[in-house]
Ligand binder design. Structure first.
Ligand code: NDP
Ligand code: 8X3
Length: 247
């Protein structure tokens, strides 16, 4: 039977690469995002393997009705909770509340609502859930309080969800990547292309395709194996020390 994945945030970056990879390897893909033009372009590119679903992750009422996905696309083998974003990397007291709220609603509330809505379908097929957390869940940095906090939530949610799903055969994984060159920094900086290019310049960042292959690897492991958490970085990214403020 053809397998079906629902991939959120399939209009750019990691989600778009994963949609292409899964569709190219014989899966059906339900791809979501707010930008309908990009979803339609993806459908033209991938054909019948791709079902576009225009969806704002902040629209909890709609998310909660998605257990009603019917027909050929009704069964679900994999949920990739990928849609997400970061606010500018400024200290919290300098941040705009609306941006913070958008990040919390998208990265946490929407992810939980969608997961809850689709769980029964995933249990029916003994499917899998792969959540996009981040190295920001583990390693604090200035300006990362809300983003890192949301990604720490995603990791812990993934681990706790495994407890709820014990015995169902459903697998849950948290992927925690470092720097991957996508539209992530463009969004974070409010469209500053130069800042985005400068961040990834000369450091061989991970590519969206690297992460898509990682998602594929986790999803297609033998069913008796569960990757709980997986942290990965570009070789040129590493750790910094503690910060000390002297008097
Ligand atoms: P991109 O900005 O390239 O893609 C983000 C995707 O999320 C887009 O498809 C966007 O679709 C979707 N999205 C954002 N907000 C919403 C919303 N409110 N409703 C629906 N969809 C939404 O970033 P990445 O591909 O890099 O990010 C994917 C995930 O990976 C995120 O969760 C991010 O936090 C995580 N991550 C990224 C890293 C990186 O270095 N790039 C590292 C670690 C984790 P649209 O705008 O069309 O709605
Ligand atoms: C994105 C990676 O290091 O910019 O999650 O927070 S980082």
């Amino acid at each position: 039977m053809t397998k079906t994945a629902l991939i959120t945030g399939a209009t750019a970056g990691i989600g778009a690469a994963a949609a292409r990879l899964f569709a190219g390897r014989g899966w059906k893909v339900v791809g979501t995002g707010r930008r309908g033009d990009r979803l339609r372009a993806m459908q033209e590119e991938l054909g019948a393997a791709f079902l576009p679903l225009e969806l704002d992750m902040r629209d909890v009422n709609t998310l909660r009705q998605l257990d009603g996905l019917a027909g050929d696309w009704g069964g679900l083998d994999l949920l990739v909770n990928n849609a997400g974003l970061a606010p500018p990397a400024d200290p919290l007291h300098e941040q705009d509340w609306d941006r913070l709220d958008q990040v919390i609603e998208t990265n946490i509330t929407g992810l939980v609502a969608l997961t809850q809505a689709l769980l029964r379908k995933l249990i029916e097929r003994q499917g899998g859930i792969i959540n996009l957390s981040s190295v920001a869940a583990t390693y604090p940095y200035r300006g990362g309080a809300v983003y890192g906090g949301t990604k720490a939530f995603v990791r812990q949610f993934s681990l706790d969800l495994r407890c709820d799903l014990a015995g169902t055969g459903v697998r849950v994984s948290s992927i925690e990547p470092g720097m991957a060159e996508t539209e992530f920094t463009l969004v974070r900086t409010g469209g500053d292309q130069a800042a985005s290019e400068a961040l990834y310049s000369g450091m061989d960042p991970m590519t969206p395709e690297d992460l898509a292959e990682t998602i594929w690897w986790i999803a297609t492991l033998p069913s008796h194996l569960n990757i709980n958490t997986l942290e990965l970085m570009p070789t040129r990214q590493s750790f910094a020390g503690f910060s000390v403020t002297r008097k």
